[in-house]
Design a protein around this ligand. Structure first.
Ligand code: 5AD
Ligand code: SF4
Length: 466
């Protein structure tokens, strides 16, 4: 197997060296394999990929930009909706021939966990199938591949550990993702996550804060705490830090200017989180609070554990905060049994809440989920129609909300530079995209004041205030 595939077994058995110390990688990468890692799906997947890349780099691999140049091709996959899962198999098909060149092909993430060894049947050229709860064992799995094992799996979800790495290769130089909870203990009837990511595992608060300090030392000014239900955080240490305390402690770290968190579950969203945001300007004024439906009847069928009224109470608490907090959400249309009246309640919820942003999806039946036994009763065209009407409505809400910000000034973390000269982009604390003009020669990574001069439904336009 794999001629260029040398993972350096001596590295696997010893403790991984610190590649940050002394600059550059600890071993000459020419002795090692090269890897290409492609990621589909959510921020949790993006961040898992950063950690997987860290494991590989610390073992002497070199990351390359194309599958052609790689000895190891990895796909980190998403199975939240059927379309995403299908994409993986068509992509794997494209790489069938590559394996004949001696390349190793691995499927990671949610499709790996969900399909398991069936992937080998459908795509026998795949060598590694590994779900996210098994990433801790990646070095051992790589060693098995190195030893010539053709089909290696990591599919346990019964671990109570989180995946922490000595090194994480982060994609963004200013914003660092940091997982605080893995898996999910809720049981929303449509959702594969409890199956693909396993039960909830909480990371120790001292370990989280240690990493925040390291990140600040490395120059990151923004951290984003991640979890499928991030606000359900339950500190496993005797300190028993509440989620809101953890947010405040992260914001206290010197060098950190912004702390974000996603995704929040409404049932665990307490007033203390709003109070923390009110009291500490470094906590970003944005809450992503998926509602999924505006109808209590549909919410019950979804097993979402709150009613429309209870959800609206939480919204009331957020809207009553001393500083404005942007609210975004996720919505599923066409859930089994969703009547016109139920759907109408979702539309009226949009009017009532006035969201600052929204991700909407057509219901997609998924393997293993309780809702699979319900008849997928809403025809595809009707789902598409409901989705389009909902998105049109939200676009108008965002148009008006963003237009009301014209004339105001916001602090923007500059994260992009346009090809057009003197044009930059970045994010406000409320996570709005701002495109703005500035004559400054270099702004990437800087925090600047921008006055809003115009607005579209999805972004603000502005000018640098000096
Ligand atoms: N069908 C459609 N959308 C789904 N989501 C999760 N599972 C499904 C499904 N089976 C959506 C939810 C969730 C977001 C990440 O994806 O809105 O909040
Ligand atoms: Fe899925 Fe519900 Fe858990 Fe979110 S809270 S990951 S929707 S089961």
């Amino acid at each position: 197997m794999g001629k260029a595939f040398d993972i350096g077994l001596q590295q696997l058995t010893g403790s991984p060296p610190d590649p940050w110390a002394g600059g550059g990688l600890p071993v000459t990468s020419s002795q090692r394999g090269t890897f290409f890692l492609e990621t589909f799906g959510c921020q949790m997947n993006d961040h898992d990929s950063e950690k997987v890349a860290g494991v590989l780099l610390s073992r002497g691999y070199r990351q390359v930009e194309s599958p052609e140049a790689a000895s190891l091709i990895l796909y980190n996959t998403c199975s939240i909706r059927e379309k995403a899962a299908q994409k993986v198999f068509s992509r794997l098909g494209e790489f069938r021939e590559k394996q004949q060149d001696g390349k190793i092909i691995g499927v990671l993430g949610c499709v790996a966990q969900q399909e398991g060894e069936d992937i080998f049947k459908r795509a026998p050229w795949v060598n590694l199938v590994c779900g996210s709860a098994s990433y801790r064992k990646l070095p051992e799995m790589l060693a098995q591949l190195e030893a010539g094992n053709h089909h290696v799996t990591g599919l346990d979800t019964d671990t109570d550990e989180t995946f922490e790495t000595e090194v994480t290769r982060r994609d963004n130089p200013w914003r660092a993702y940091l997982t605080i909870i893995e898996g999910c203990d809720k049981a929303c009837s449509y959702c594969v996550v409890p199956f693909t990511r396993g039960p909830e595992r909480n990371r120790a608060s001292d370990s989280i804060l240690r990493e925040v300090r390291q990140l600040a030392d490395l120059g990151y000014s923004e951290v984003q705490l991640l979890g499928q239900t991030v606000n359900s955080y339950a500190d496993p240490t005797p300190r028993r830090m509440r989620f809101s305390e953890l947010l405040l402690a992260a914001a206290d770290v010197s060098g950190i200017r912004r702390v974000r968190f996603t995704t929040s579950h409404p049932s665990d969203f307490g007033r203390d989180i709003v109070e923390a945001i009110e009291s500490q300007p470094k906590l970003c004024e944005h809450v992503h609070l998926p509602v999924q439906s505006g109808s209590t009847k549909v919410l019950r069928a979804m097993q979402r554990t709150y009613s429309r009224e209870e959800y609206l109470e939480k919204i009331g608490t957020i809207r009553a905060a001393k500083r404005p907090i942007a609210i975004t959400t996720d919505i599923i249309v066409g859930f089994p049994g969703e009547t016109d009246a139920d759907y109408g309640e979702t539309l009226s919820l949009l009017d009532e809440v006035q969201y600052d942003g929204l991700f909407a999806f057509k219901y997609s039946p998924r393997p293993n989920t309780p809702s699979l036994s319900m008849k997928d009763s809403i025809p595809e065209e009707e789902k598409s129609h409901r989705l389009a009407v909902l998105q049109d409505k939200q676009r108008e809400i965002q148009r008006a909300r963003n237009a009301s910000l014209v004339g105001e000034s916001f602090e923007v973390l500059v994260s992009g530079k346009s090809r057009r000269e003197y044009q930059w982009s970045g994010y406000t604390s409320s996570h709005r995209v701002v495109n703005f003009a500035s004559q400054a020669p270099e702004l990437l990574g800087a925090y600047v004041q921008v006055r809003v001069t115009d607005a579209t439904p999805n972004s603000l336009l502005g000018e640098h205030v000096i």
